[in-house]
Design a protein around this ligand. Structure first.
Ligand SMILES: Cc1cc2nc3c(=O)[nH]c(=O)nc-3n(C[C@H](O)[C@H](O)[C@H](O)COP(=O)(O)OP(=O)(O)OC[C@H]3O[C@@H](n4cnc5c(N)ncnc54)[C@H](O)[C@@H]3O)c2cc1C
Length: 375
């Protein structure tokens, strides 16, 4: 039922404009508005803030089913708004901030982005150099952020800053910054894939941010990040697994219709076995994803599972698009075939929201060294 609603949304509000968005490098704002009207932007937000108050399983279904239609860019836009930016507000914002930002995000009156990565600090976020120095009732923010999804078109950014530049992780805080603030600039970045997803570099030059926009407590930014990263990483897994299913749908249809040596290529054993193997891997990953999301919904710690799923689903998306493109032969290399775009789009999965190497590092520390990451 919910999946049918999502399919209807995709058909009416994504498919008609998708090619235009890919060319323009952004989705229309009307896309977010339509998603809000379907209730998609506030699934896990409490009813008192205009949301649905549902558990994380609904979010899984939303992103998985949306991604299954092979339009990764707009699906990532929703993901960055709802499960990156809004997720922080939902967990760490006070009531005033929830009224000013979270409630307006549910209705798409405000679009959000999450700005952690800097030109000199990606995997190693404790090394971030953007500073926020308190002066009276404002912070003065200086620095830059890069690779920020929804960066150009967002109305507010949840930004990681150093309120105490003399210490590492303990000096990190989070600020909500209005993107129309003086000294806040954006530059759109040109990418290999997910072209309809807007990605930007953000400049922060003496930006004045009222102290009321500090998220949670000063110096606790890293703690909030660790807490939210589980949802962030699972949300990327929801997208990647959905995308794998979408690519398999395309491939199945193609190999049944394409003939070689007098029969559909779907009858060629080596291709059949390859697809069977890929589907097995997808189903196994999907099973863990459902289990981990159920645990997340119950408030349990899923740092290990979220890291494993981010790693496995993103690597699998890359493998599936590569193997499936091969089954399309020369047509797979042509832009008018969706598989070509999926191949480009898949490449980002192992990089964003924590690279595969960082995921392996976290899993190894937990599994080999017995380290526990309590959220
Ligand atoms: C399209 C796109 C959208 C993005 N959206 C956002 C967003 O909305 N918000 C945001 O804040 N960021 C975003 N990012 C940034 C993304 O999270 C970072 O690119 C990622 O965390 C890696 O950081 P980096 O690019 O600085 O690479 P680096 O940290 O410089 O790493 C370079 C390479 O070294 C490896 N490496 C680094 N440290 C280790 C280690 N200890 N062990 C093994 N290998 C290591 C990495 O895995 C990588 O392969 C986005 C990136 C892209 C490409």
């Amino acid at each position: 039922m919910f999946r049918d609603t999502i399919d209807g949304f995709v058909q009416n509000h994504m498919t008609p404009d998708f090619e235009k968005w890919e060319k323009e490098g952004k989705v229309d704002r009307a896309f977010f508005k339509a998603a809000a009207e379907y209730g998609f932007l506030g699934l896990t937000v409490g009813e008192q803030h205009g949301g649905m108050g549902l558990d994380d399983m609904y979010s899984l279904v939303l992103l998985e089913q949306m991604a299954r239609h092979n339009m990764f860019g707009p699906a990532l836009g929703i993901c960055a708004h709802s499960y990156l930016a809004m997720n922080y507000l939902n967990h760490a914002a006070n009531e005033d901030q929830k009224q000013r930002y979270l409630a307006l995000s549910v209705t798409a009156e405000k679009i959000g982005c999450l700005a952690m990565t800097e030109p000199g600090a990606g995997s190693d976020l404790a090394a971030l150099r953007t500073t926020a120095i308190k002066q009276g009732d404002h912070y003065i923010v200086n620095g830059s952020k890069t690779f920020i999804t929804n960066g150009v078109y967002a109305d507010y950014a949840v930004v990681a800053v150093k309120t105490d530049p003399n210490v590492g992780a303990a000096g990190v805080s989070l600020l909500i910054i209005d993107c129309n603030s003086e000294g806040y600039t954006t530059t759109k970045l040109n990418k290999l894939g997910i072209r309809s997803s807007d990605t930007a570099e953000i400049g922060l030059n003496n930006v004045k941010v009222p102290v009321e926009n500090l998220l949670g407590e000063e110096g606790k930014g890293f703690y909030y990040m660790m807490e939210s990263l589980q949802t962030e990483r699972l949300s990327v897994a929801w997208l990647c697994v959905g995308s794998c299913l979408g690519v398999m749908d395309l491939t199945l249809e193609y190999i049944k219709s394409r003939e070689a040596f007098g029969k559909p290529i779907a009858k060629i054993q080596v291709l059949r076995h390859k697809l069977a193997e890929l589907q097995t891997e997808i189903d196994c990953t999907r099973a863990l994803m459902y289990l981990a999301t159920q645990r997340l919904a119950k408030g349990q710690n899923v740092v290990k599972e979220a890291s494993m799923l981010k790693l496995k689903s993103a690597e699998l998306f890359k493998t599936v698009t590569d193997e499936c493109l091969q089954m399309f032969g020369g047509y797979g290399y042509m832009e008018e075939y969706k598989i070509a775009r999926a191949y480009r789009d898949a490449r980002v999965g192992t990089i964003l929201a924590g690279s595969s190497e960082i995921m392996r590092e976290i899993i190894a520390k937990m599994y080999i060294d017995g380290i526990e990451y309590n959220k």
